[in-house]
Design a protein. Structure first.
Length: 359
């Protein structure tokens, strides 16, 4: 299936050469890590997890924070469409009050040292739960290797958690196939999906001469940003906002149909001062009612600029992966076009040091 073009209300003047901007501001080479996203996915899909399938679980609880926790939201969305049991994502200390050992825990922490995640894993093991951890090592690996109810899956180390999404979510998705939670694709279908994703997302790579992400960044720059999608893509819409926060150092918000049509459409359909950009993420796999709501909203909403991203692919999995990768490129180009290093995140390690001082 081909790659749908980006649609915009207007283009502004050409900006500074994007390769030069990346060279100047992308000091830790986030672009290179992003370029490897599909390769990382493919590697994760081919990894022998060393786990036998087990269909006795009442549900699955995914725990993780930040970029490491994003995959749990995608798994939850996919479970709502494909699975015979619920998958719940938990981004906090501890565990929800209703959790019991009949719920499998999947803990994801790229560093293996995320405080909140380790707290939940420790509690789950103390209560007789089974935990599968995904990390590049750290305390999570040690904790699980020393417990009979723990199993650890290694992913390659050496990058920022949000740039390791291919390794992390690829491993999570492969785990769902191995456990029989999601129907597993054939090797042929999986290979075709990887090839389509590689071809489609290559069209967004600045190194390939593409200016799609740069032009999208221009529309977002200096704006209040609202990302709107149908509910089946809400998880990647929120991840896009998180990438705008962390890569681009800007605010944004994510809303989904049909819920936002019961509240947020009111200010969108009224005049307000200031520059605002509407980002519409569309999927032909959305419910018909949501397609109609988005059609009405797109016609009636008032905005300074509009950016439309059409998800492409033959399945919901492929739609989610496509949008996740495209939005990564946009957030990186928004960062460097504003003179921001997309890898810079001083506040997060500063907070971690502050928390250590209180222990």
């Amino acid at each position: 299936m081909g790659c749908a073009p980006i649609l915009v209300q207007r283009w502004g003047p050409n900006m500074t050469d994007q390769i030069a901007m990346l060279k100047e501001f992308d000091k830790q080479d986030m672009a290179s890590w992003t370029r490897k996203f599909i390769d990382d996915l493919e590697t994760a899909f081919q990894h022998d997890l060393g786990i036998l399938d087990d269909d006795d679980w009442h549900g699955i609880l995914c725990i993780g924070m930040g970029g490491s926790g994003a995959g749990g939201e995608l798994l939850s969305t996919l479970a709502d469409n494909y699975a015979g049991l619920p998958i719940v994502n938990w981004r906090d200390y501890g565990l929800p009050s209703w959790w019991g050992p009949e719920w499998l825990v999947i803990a994801t922490s790229y560093s293996g040292n995320t405080e909140e995640t380790l707290d939940g894993v420790t509690l789950a093991l103390e209560k007789g739960g089974t935990v599968i951890g995904i990390s590049s090592g750290g305390r999570l690996e040690s904790l699980l290797d020393s417990n009979e109810e723990g199993h650890h899956i290694n992913v390659p180390a050496g990058q920022m958690p949000r740039s390791a999404f291919g390794h992390l979510f690829g491993t999570q998705l492969s785990l769902m196939w191995t456990l029989g939670i999601f129907p597993a694709p054939t090797d042929e279908d999986l290979g075709l999906m990887i090839n389509r994703l590689r071809d489609a997302t290559r069209l967004w790579d600045p190194q390939q001469g593409s200016t799609l992400a740069l032009k999208a960044a221009e529309l977002l720059s200096g704006s209040d940003i609202g990302v709107v999608s149908s509910s089946n893509l809400g998880c990647v819409s929120q991840r896009f906002v998180n990438q705008l926060n962390e890569n681009s150092n800007v605010f944004g918000r994510s809303s989904v149909m049909p819920e936002m049509s019961h509240n947020e459409i009111i200010p969108w359909t009224d005049e307000h001062p200031g520059r605002r950009t509407l980002v519409l993420i569309k999927s032909d796999l959305a419910e018909l009612g949501n397609k109609k709501r988005i059609e009405w909203f797109e016609e009636k909403s008032i905005f300074t600029h509009k950016l439309v991203i059409e998800a492409v692919g033959s399945s919901l999995v492929e739609h989610l992966l496509y949008v996740a990768h495209v939005s990564d490129w946009i957030s990186i180009m928004l960062a460097v076009s504003n003179g921001v290093d997309p890898s810079d995140m001083d506040a997060i390690p500063e907070l971690k040091e502050f928390l250590k001082e209180g222990q």
